[in-house]
Design a protein around this ligand. Structure first.
Ligand code: DGL
Length: 271
């Protein structure tokens, strides 16, 4: 099937986290039309049950695909991907790229063989994470911590609010305070919100443990996957402003407008 040059790439997350996936993809495919969808009415996902996420995400993706006719959809959310990726793939007739916790790159990067997985509560308890840890980090101590406050911190940062440094410090302490945690050298940012507060996490590492940590996440790998799956397709000749679509538009969403514009999203829609 021929894909129209204007057919967008759809990114989906509960909130602004997927922007950490959108940014490297835009850098690789600079003229691609972009629709960035955030389920603000369902945010946050990390404290929801598997059943709620598995019911909500495929239904929303179905509506978004019907409205925007994307060439490809990216679930730019670890929580939604680890729980609902197969349901979404079954429901849609376009390629769907998921966001897998960056456990393989973390295991490759760790010299001490102790690394952390920082995600949402829902993600860190998934059997999917057990499987990745067994496959790639069998010789490692894999520490996990779920941190809802860090998701809120990323949202607040993009709204331009003043941030409390204690939140990033507490998130890291959730890993380093576990047995073996004093040797941890790498942290997989297994929630797409967390690369948005990587500077705050790096500062927290210096304050908490007096040494830097290596942070890894899946953004670059996903950009390469999108480029591979769309190889040979036509793209617009020049970039155009992308669309940010929210399931609920309120003052918190409106406060994101300047940050969204920096990511090339010039219009806000409501689903
Ligand atoms: N950004 C999401 C993730 O990657 C979820 C954040 C949330 O809604 O709790 O897991």
């Amino acid at each position: 099937m021929t894909v129209a040059p204007s057919a967008p790439i759809l990114f989906f997350d509960s909130g602004v986290g997927g922007l950490s996936i959108l940014a490297p993809a835009r850098a690789m495919l600079p003229t691609a039309s972009i629709v960035y969808a955030a389920d603000s009415a369902g945010f946050p996902y990390g404290t929801k049950s598997e059943a709620e996420i598995a019911a909500r995400v495929p239904a929303l993706l179905g509506r978004l695909v019907e409205r925007y006719r994307p060439r490809l959809a990216v679930i730019a959310c670890n929580t939604a991907s680890t729980i609902a990726l197969s349901h979404v793939r079954a429901a849609l007739d376009i390629p769907v790229v998921g966001t897998v916790p960056a456990i393989k790159p973390a295991a490759l990067a760790s010299k001490s063989r102790v690394f952390g997985v920082l995600g949402t509560d829902a993600t860190v308890r998934q059997p999917y994470v057990d499987r990745l840890a067994a496959e790639h980090g069998a010789d490692c101590i894999v520490l996990r911590h779920g941190c809802a406050a860090l998701v809120e911190l990323a949202e607040a940062k993009l709204r331009g609010e003043l941030l409390d440094p204690a939140i990033a410090r507490a998130a890291l302490a959730g890993l380093t305070d576990q047995p073996g945690g004093d040797a941890m050298d790498v942290v997989a940012l297994a929630c797409t919100h967390f690369p948005l507060v990587q500077d705050e996490l790096a500062a927290a590492a210096l304050q908490n443990i007096g040494r830097p940590l290596t942070f890894v996440h899946g953004g670059e790998g996903i950009a390469r996957r999108i480029a591979f799956l769309t190889q040979g397709q036509a793209w617009p000749a020049a970039p155009s402003p992308g669309i940010a679509v929210f399931t609920r538009v309120d003052d918190k969403v409106r406060a994101l407008a300047p940050a969204l514009a920096e990511y090339g999203l010039g219009r806000i829609d409501q689903l």
